[in-house]
Design a protein around this ligand. Structure first.
Ligand SMILES: Cc1cc2nc3c(=O)[nH]c(=O)nc-3n(C[C@H](O)[C@H](O)[C@H](O)COP(=O)(O)O)c2cc1C
Length: 330
């Protein structure tokens, strides 16, 4: 679809997205009606709330607090379980088919075998893609260290999910590690079709009047503008480590933020916290801002900009047509 004369559409694992903006998991992805609104508001794809083999109540309140322009959350992966999620995803696909918005189903489990089971069950809903959430920082007390903590465990989940479904999978990584590039390489070698970076950044806020952490879970995951430089750094490092597509997520709230993520190496861009402030039209607005920037700077399509920030420092910005001239639009 041309917007301001530029083509915002991207290919993500063989799925054509009308623009690179994806509703991130956990934000308004709890019902078909909400995902439909975000899709009709301008998203290229929507991701459902992560679901597990069985329903989970999540943590007691308080689970989400506003922090600066973002949030600290420890929702605790509350979800109705994969059987119910299959119905939600079927209904979401039905509602969004005329708009051409892709639907991504997000999964998690306590064990490698559990990941395989939930992937197999979810596949009945035929989502366009499955996102494998191995990186939630808020459930370690119950589920142990996230699978994204080490290359071996991240690879084990990836292999198991790949064996359980024919739907392309995106493995979602954590910034709360020493070497995200090593984990990205491990999941690529294990068969991931794409990676998403990043999940939330582990943090804590203390109420000094009460002299105790505010969240019932004590720790939570930070999201929103404060984490964007961390996300951009992670995407940049992953781009150097792997050749599968990257979905850049973390702190994106404007077209400029999305372009920055793409220049770091992202093929598509997840948006979460910004939807709390910008409403269901937030992704449509960001897409329009991207198109305005691209049109003003002579970029013809998104792939002209993917990874541009990796050019050697000797590169001279004499012609922005560097990307445009290559005709690499994919
Ligand atoms: C309230 C809340 C719930 C979330 N739930 C999930 C989830 O279920 N699965 C998941 O993979 N990520 C979850 N996330 C993480 C987001 O998908 C995203 O990776 C993160 O918020 C960073 O993006 P943002 O800065 O645009 O919000 C959640 C984030 C928030 C704020």
């Amino acid at each position: 679809m041309l917007q301001n004369g530029v083509d915002l559409s991207v290919d993500l694992c063989g799925i054509r997205l009308r623009n690179p903006l994806i509703l991130a998991s956990g934000i308004l992805g709890t019902s078909a009606a909400l995902m439909e609104r975000v899709g009709r508001g301008g998203a290229g794809a929507v991701t459902s709330k992560s679901c597990s083999p069985l329903p989970r109540a999540g943590h007691p309140n308080p689970t989400v607090i506003k922090w600066g322009p973002g949030f600290l959350n420890a929702v605790g992966l509350a979800n109705p379980g994969v059987e119910a999620q299959v119905e939600i995803l079927r209904e979401t696909r039905r509602r969004l088919v005329d708009v051409g918005v892709a639907v991504i189903g997000s999964i998690f489990a306590e064990t490698v075998e559990g990941f395989a089971r939930v992937a197999e069950t979810l596949s009945a809903a035929e989502p366009d893609l499955i996102e494998v959430n191995i990186s939630c920082p808020n459930v370690a007390h119950e589920l142990g260290a996230p699978f994204s903590s080490a290359p071996e465990s991240a690879a084990a989940v990836t292999r198991a999910v790949k064996a359980a479904t024919d739907i392309p999978i995106i493995v979602k990584l954590s910034p709360n590690v020493t070497d995200i590039a090593a984990i990205a390489r491990a999941v690529e070698e294990a068969g991931a079709d794409a990676i998403a970076a990043i999940n939330t950044v582990s943090g804590m806020v203390i109420d000094i009047e009460a002299a105790r952490p505010v969240l019932s879970n004590l720790e939570g995951g930070l999201s929103g503008p404060a984490i964007k430089p961390i996300a951009v750094r992670c995407v940049y490092q992953c781009y150097q480590a792997v050749s599968i597509p990257i979905v850049g997520i973390g702190g994106v709230s404007s077209g400029a933020d999305a372009i920055e993520m793409i220049m770091a190496g992202a093929r598509a861009v997840g948006v979460g916290s910004a939807v709390f402030w910008g409403g269901v039209e937030a992704l449509g607005r960001i897409a329009q801002e991207m198109a305005d920037f691209m049109s003003a700077h002579g970029y013809r399509c998104v792939s002209d900009m993917v990874g541009l920030a990796h050019r050697p420092s000797s590169w001279q910005p004499s012609s922005i047509e560097v990307g445009v001239a290559t005709g690499r639009c994919i």
